[in-house]
Design a protein. Structure first.
Length: 162
């Protein structure tokens, strides 16, 4: 079983600072991180900037295609729908079969907005308490998470493993 957790920060650089802290911790084998990505969204930008993080991982990461698809469905498909009219605003249920449903994506979209940043972690189990210990209680609100069962994780890795 794996858990995809999103930690949203109210600052543009909050997720970057958190990633550095977690990298140090994961290298010390305190928190197992299978894969990670970062989003930061400047106030003046129309869309967020994304980066796949490869440091401090405890297993082979998913390829960039997974993160591109996830971020595309969460942030870019709605922009495309708005540009072309609501009729083409496709639903994001393409990842629902692997445990990442519309509810999860909508919650991420609602919280990650201009001026904020977010850290996305794929871990072998829920690690919210351990991550919060590293980040400090006041660093960010409650995380957004979804659990992937063994079959969903296997399907995800089959398609998106480097």
């Amino acid at each position: 079983m794996a858990t995809l957790t999103v930690w949203q920060f109210d600052t543009f650089d909050g997720a970057g600072r958190a990633a550095l802290a977690l990298d140090r911790t994961s290298r010390a084998d305190t928190i197992a991180i299978q894969d990670a990505a970062l989003i930061h969204w400047a106030n003046a930008d129309r869309k967020p900037r994304t980066r796949h993080l490869a440091c401090g991982l405890t297993s082979a990461p998913l390829d960039d295609g997974f993160w591109g698809l996830l971020f595309g469905l969460v942030f870019y498909v709605p922009l495309l729908g708005a540009a072309m009219g609501a009729a083409t605003g496709a639903r994001s249920s393409g990842l629902a079969d692997v445990g990442i449903d519309d509810h999860f994506m909508n919650r991420v979209r609602d919280r990650v907005t201009p001026g904020t940043s977010a850290l996305f972690l794929l871990t072998p189990a829920p690690v919210a308490d351990a991550v919060r210990d590293v980040l400090g209680d006041d660093s960010c609100p409650e995380p957004i998470s979804t659990d992937l069962d063994a079959a969903q994780e296997t399907a995800l890795r089959t398609v998106f493993m480097d």
